[in-house]
Design a binder for this molecule. Structure first.
Ligand SMILES: [Fe+2]
Length: 266
């Protein structure tokens, strides 16, 4: 079996800063790292951690270094894609030594993780909240899947290729490329799990016959309020992580940020 964790939207800032003057994002990540260390006693070793974007909130080199230093004690391979808050140059500088990122251009990549092929796609439009899947990223995905034949694959992109129902988040959603993504995935004969972030909410749905899941954010959430004039802002709520397992198919389990007291006898 292959199993890995997905964390998302950590929004780390340089030491001493708060997101929006309020939110400490390093502490929730540190707490989650403790939980992940403990989790490995419960579920066995993990093959790695994937991070579905908005790793940094301020795009500074210092924030990426802080992110890496917080995860370092886990000693696990970490694979990242950029979100709308990330900035490509410091992102590449921070993660290039891991060896999975391309040397130039957009941050599309593929890497083997246990029995799975993981494909990371770059939807970042620097300076904007919304995202796009450009032609070159879509062609890259098509080439990867053609090459894989029917092998199981994980496809990661920050902006969900579905409407969340939260008006503000959908207004800064995936603006281009969803239709072609749908076509490419519909043609693929193997199992694909599509993973995304951005909406700070755990939503699962179907896309071209495959499962697509958005992860909660490590540090905050957005109220699932479907009114068109819902207030815009974040909640102070830590979302934990998702554990994805592959054996004869995919299974995904929400991991809460705190374990809870117990177990107590029935
Ligand atoms: Fe985002």
């Amino acid at each position: 079996m292959t199993q890995f964790l997905q964390i998302s939207d950590t929004h780390v800032v340089k030491t001493g800063s708060l997101v929006s003057g309020r939110l400490d994002t390093a502490s929730p990540l540190k707490r989650l790292v403790l939980r992940i260390a403990e989790l490995q006693f419960e579920v066995g070793p993990l093959d790695g951690i994937v991070v579905t974007g908005d790793i940094s909130d301020d795009g500074t080199a210092e924030s990426y270094e802080l992110f890496k230093s917080i995860l370092e004690p886990l000693n696990l391979p970490i694979f990242c894609i950029p979100g709308n808050h990330d900035v490509r140059v410091p992102f590449r500088d921070a993660f290039e030594r891991a060896g999975y990122l391309p040397e130039t251009g957009r941050l599309d990549w593929r890497h083997k993780l246990g029995d799975l092929e993981v494909i990371g796609l770059d939807t970042l439009i620097e300076g904007q909240g919304a995202g796009e899947l450009r032609q070159d990223s879509l062609e890259f995905l098509k080439e990867c899947l053609d090459d894989l034949e029917k092998a199981p694959a994980v496809v990661m992109l920050h902006h969900p290729p579905f409407k969340s129902g939260m008006a503000f988040m959908d207004s800064i959603g995936l603006q281009r490329g969803a239709e072609r993504l749908n076509e490419i995935l519909a043609e693929y004969q193997g199992d694909v799990l599509v993973l995304c972030g951005h909406i700070h909410r755990n939503i699962s749905t179907r896309l071209a016959g495959h499962t697509v899941i958005s992860a909660p954010s490590v540090c905050s959430s957005f109220l699932f309020n479907t009114h068109h004039d819902a207030p815009i802002g974040f909640l102070e709520q830590e979302g934990g992580a998702l554990l994805h397992q592959w054996a004869d198919g995919f299974k995904s389990i929400r991991i809460d940020p705190v374990r809870g007291d117990g177990p107590f006898a029935f």
